[in-house]
Design a protein around this ligand. Structure first.
Ligand code: CA
Length: 145
């Protein structure tokens, strides 16, 4: 499950091997559930992850170049969708955005930036946590076969 502070959700549960959860009502982390022997245990993977977004790059005209980005679950690449499917549309890339923040506040810092990872808008936080928004586009292996 992917949860963000703004209450937004993405439809990428299967694509993300882990969760983003709010712990203690304030500090957030990215964690994953592992099966160790016959036990299930949660492990923190990355502290301070505040938002994670994923979109897929779609080739709509079979020329091996991305024509547009859509959210996971978009009917454009789903042949079983009732409407919106584009024959031949293929997922070529995945674009991932992360907004991470410091675990503790910094004296004298006022974060008034507007954060908009992917097509989500977190707005201004107006607090004293240091944040960083990063993104990466990943070419999917064998997407062009
Ligand atoms: Ca194209």
């Amino acid at each position: 499950m992917v949860t963000t502070t703004g209450g937004n959700r993405t439809g990428v549960v299967a694509a993300v091997a882990g969760t983003i959860a709010e712990a203690g009502g304030d500090i957030q982390d990215m964690s994953q559930t592992l099966v160790a022997g016959n036990r299930i245990q949660d492990q923190e993977v990355i502290p301070g992850v505040e938002n994670l977004q994923i979109q897929f790059g779609i080739d709509m005209n079979e020329d091996n170049t991305v024509d547009r980005y859509v959210n996971p679950g978009d009917p454009i690449y789903d042949p079983s969708a009732a409407a919106g499917y584009v024959p031949g549309a293929r997922v070529l890339t995945a674009r991932v955005w992360l907004v991470v923040r410091g675990v503790t506040t910094e004296f004298g810092l006022q974060d008034a930036r507007n954060y908009a990872p992917g097509n989500a808008n977190m707005g201004q936080m107006n607090d004293s946590f240091r944040r960083l928004q990063v993104s990466k586009t990943i070419l999917l292996r064998n997407a062009r076969i």
